[in-house]
Design a protein around this ligand. Sequence first.
Ligand code: FE2
Length: 284
Amino acid sequence: MICKVGIYGDPHAGYDGSQGGVPSAQVAESIVARFSADQRLFDVICLGDAIHNQAEDPWIEHSRIVSGLADERRIYALGNHDVGGDNGIPGWRLATMSGGNSRVRSVPGASFLMLDIPSNELPLWAIAEVIDFASSVPPGTFAFICWHAPYYTTGMRGRAKALFELVQEIAVLRIDAVFSAHVHAYERYEGAGKTPYIVTGGGGGMPHELDANEDTPAMLPIRRAAYASYNYVTATITRTADVLRCVIECFDALTGAKVDELALDRSQYLKPGSGTTKLDPDME
Ligand SMILES: [Fe+2]
C-alpha cells in the first residue's frame, strides 16, 4: 500500500440538523476514532458541513471532535452549514458561497481538487479549475474531485442540477472519481463519461431518506450502490509492477461494517521518462 485517505461529510458539529437520530457528535467521534486508530491513513477529507451554523460555538465543538487528527492532515471542502461560523481552523479558507475557491491536495498516488461551490449556481472558475487540474495531475496517478452538494442523488433534498456543465466537462477529462456529501447517506453512481460519483454525507447529520426526490426514476438505472445510514469512505492506493489501483470502500460509521467497495485501476502506469503522454482514461 502506498497511501490511504479517509473521506467523510456532514459531521455537523454541534447540531445534527433536526436533533433526531444518533447525536451528531457520537457519529463523528466514531469516524474520527477509526481514522485516528488507522496508522496507514495519510490524510482525512471532510466534504463540507464540518459544523452546523445553528449550533452554539460549533467550531469549538468541531475542534474537540477532530482533536485526534493532526491539523495538517485535515482537508476541507466548504458546505452550506459552514458559512456563518468563524474562521478558526488552520488551513481553512472561508469562502462565500457565490465566490468560492479551490485548492489541490496531493498524496502519494493521487491528487484531490477541492472545490468550494454552491449547489444552485455554477461559478465559471470551477470549470477552468477542473480543466487545469486534469491536465496537471502527474501521469499514472489518480485524479479526484471533491465538492459538497452532489449532482447525482435520490436524496430528499434534491440534486445540484446547476452543476450540469461541470459534470459534462468532467466526462471528457482524465478524472477518476468525484466525491460529494450534503445528502446524509451513501450512494455511488456511474455518472456522465462513466465517471464514478460517490456521495458520502453520513458523518453525523440526521440520515436522509433516499429514493425520495423527483429525479429518482432517472437516477436508479445509473446507481451502483446505496446505504441510507451513517457512513464514511476510505480510498486505498496500491501499486503492482504496472498497475496503480485505488480501492474505494464505504463503511457504516457506527459499526465499521463494510457496505460497498469499488476498485479503480490506472492500467497504463507511466514511469517517469517513458516518452509517451497518451493516457488510458478507462477504468473498471
Ligand atoms: Fe449537511
